[in-house]
Design a protein around this ligand. Structure first.
Ligand SMILES: NC(=O)c1ccc[n+]([C@@H]2O[C@H](COP(=O)([O-])OP(=O)(O)OC[C@H]3O[C@@H](n4cnc5c(N)ncnc54)[C@H](O)[C@@H]3O)[C@@H](O)[C@H]2O)c1
Length: 146
């Protein structure tokens, strides 16, 4: 089973995309579209204060009839952030996203933000582990490997 550190290494880009809490929601959405991602870690004076996602936008801007060009990120961000650590397993992260209905987990190491993993990253990693196990079992059944 892969660890968070291994999943992070397999990502093409190690950058963690963040946005300041005072930025406009419009700029946050623009950044997400440019980077083709669904969440940004929100910072204030260099500290993590929340996470803002496409879901926050849908529920707190569109459905509440607010303007993304007149609303700062801190008004719609989710303040309670669940973190994971590099040594955590993909399985424990999957349990967390399933139980808490999350789609993104920032990764913290020694108090520092070192990465972001998404539900898509976790599914990809778990499918690849399972494919490997199936391949090994097929070889074993065919007697090609002891
Ligand atoms: N997981 C992937 O490798 C990947 C890559 C591109 C697109 N997609 C597709 O996009 C859809 C949703 O994907 P998802 O659940 O992975 O969410 P997502 O679209 O938010 O994430 C896409 C990729 O960007 C990364 N990412 C997201 N926010 C980030 C941030 N703030 N800083 C740094 N990296 C960040 C994720 O870790 C993931 O690797 C799915 O349909 C999926 O198939 C997935």
């Amino acid at each position: 089973m892969a660890t968070v550190a291994q999943i992070l290494k397999s990502k093409p880009d190690a950058t963690v995309h963040t946005i300041d809490a005072s930025a406009l929601v419009y700029d946050a959405m623009k950044r997400m579209a440019e980077k083709q991602i669904g969440a940004l870690v929100v910072t204030e004076d260099g500290k993590i204060v929340g996470i803002v996602t496409e879901r926050d936008y849908a529920r707190k801007i569109v459905l509440m009839d607010r303007s993304s060009k007149a609303t700062p990120v801190h008004d719609i961000m989710t303040r309670e952030v669940r973190y994971v650590r590099p040594e955590d397993s993909a399985q424990s992260c999957m349990a967390l996203v399933t139980e808490r209905r999350l789609r993104h987990l920032p990764v913290i190491d020694g108090g520092r933000l070192v990465g972001m993993i998404s539900i898509g990253d976790l599914v990809k990693s778990i499918i690849s582990d399972q494919a490997f196990t199936i391949q090994q079992l097929e070889l074993y059944i065919r007697g090609e490997r002891a």
